[in-house]
Ligand binder design. Sequence first.
Ligand code: PGU
Length: 466
Amino acid sequence: MASTMLSLVSASALASPSLTLQDYRALGGSVHAAVLGKKKSNSFMKTKSRGRINMAIAVDVSRFEGITMAPPDPILGVSEAFRADTHEMKLNLGVGAYRTEELQPYVLNVVKKAENLMLERGENKEYLPIEGLAAFNRVTAELLFGADNPVIKQQRVATVQGLSGTGSLRLAAALIERYFPGAKVIISSPTWGNHKNIFNDARVPWSEYRYYDPKTVGLDFDGMISDIKAAPEGSFVLLHGCAHNPTGIDPTPEQWATIADVIQEKKHIPFFDVAYQGFASGSLDEDASSVRLFAARGMELLVAQSYSKNLGLYAERIGAINILCSSADAATRVKSQLKRLARPMYSNPPVHGARIVANIVGSPPLFNEWKEEMEMMAGRIKSVRQKLFDSLSGKDNSGKDWSFILKQIGMFSFTGLNTAQSDNMTNKWHVYMTKDGRISLAGLSSAKLEETIGILRLLLVDPVGL
Ligand code: PGU
């Protein structure tokens, strides 16, 4: 597929710093129209009021009259609503962000140490190169694949620093849109809500593969495999490297191997989203094992990484896109095109988070300290999960099987609450969560657990009673 990727690039496209109209047409303009269908109406605009817009200019009404109100974001909108709530018992189980037992945001000690080092060194604030900080790009690929992985030594990984996980996914989506016109991305049902936005905005067609089985509150493995098989050959298969969001259900190592078999058979391209490396199990290596399994088979693949959770660097927007190619030469060309896509979007990435990661991973004592803190964070979440299970099953004599809670991993529990029940949690009990029934365990403390369990149990066992 790597050769197809580059054969699609016209000579003029490679030579010029930005694509010409002709290049766009050659690369996908027509495909878009065919794949996505020419949109006759614009869903972002109140099209009916067009006439009013024209008149508006004369009568001094806003030129933005045609812009409709956007709905709140399903995840970040929950935090906004939470901030606006003045109730003293309010609890935010919406956003996936780590909290201490006192339910406070947590800045890792090792991050503070790295920041102090940076201050001492008096580093400057010059622009980074388009691809980001070289020391960061090196360590981030090593952390993902393992420093001794032959793919690193063979220089087959094109790594570009991205604006955290989201920005890295978006850059990859732009690459797919430009160099694989018409190719489809298949995503799990359900998935992290922003995946759909990312591919929609990048104009990459997507569809869903089965993943979650509500009957077993587990993985619909057969459904997943048959949907991956049924996807058009050469599709991109978006996979959560570990700690699937929102379900917390991951394939077993044997299932991963079968997934890899099918992807290879169908000449699909795996596209991993790794937002929780080290945060799921507490081990960086274990959480990267899915990616490494695919890489060991000699497959080409994409991996978006994020340091929001595992280093608590949410607002620093630090992550990377890694594209593992079959040759060093292909990786060099792919990297050059990623840079070319990044340049008109945001020019070059921010330096602060990149330096923090490079300093921590590059220094053995700091690296060890990070691993300890990560284990501590993952450990607290695991203990909240256990307590949630113990209390629910201990207090409940309805015969409901609560073991699904212990089978899930990562920072979330997918409770099985429906939209009405989730709304009830928020509107009546001031417990904020996403409408798909996901709760962030990091938002619970031992004290808050008891209060929340009462509500959860009632909703899950006897929803009519609430
Ligand atoms: N991919 C997955 C699977 C994620 O869960 C998240 C964050 C990201 C990527 C992107 O994170 P970055 O901060 O851009 O690196 N999901 C969280 C955070 C809130 C959000 O929706 O951005 C969540 O609560 O699902």
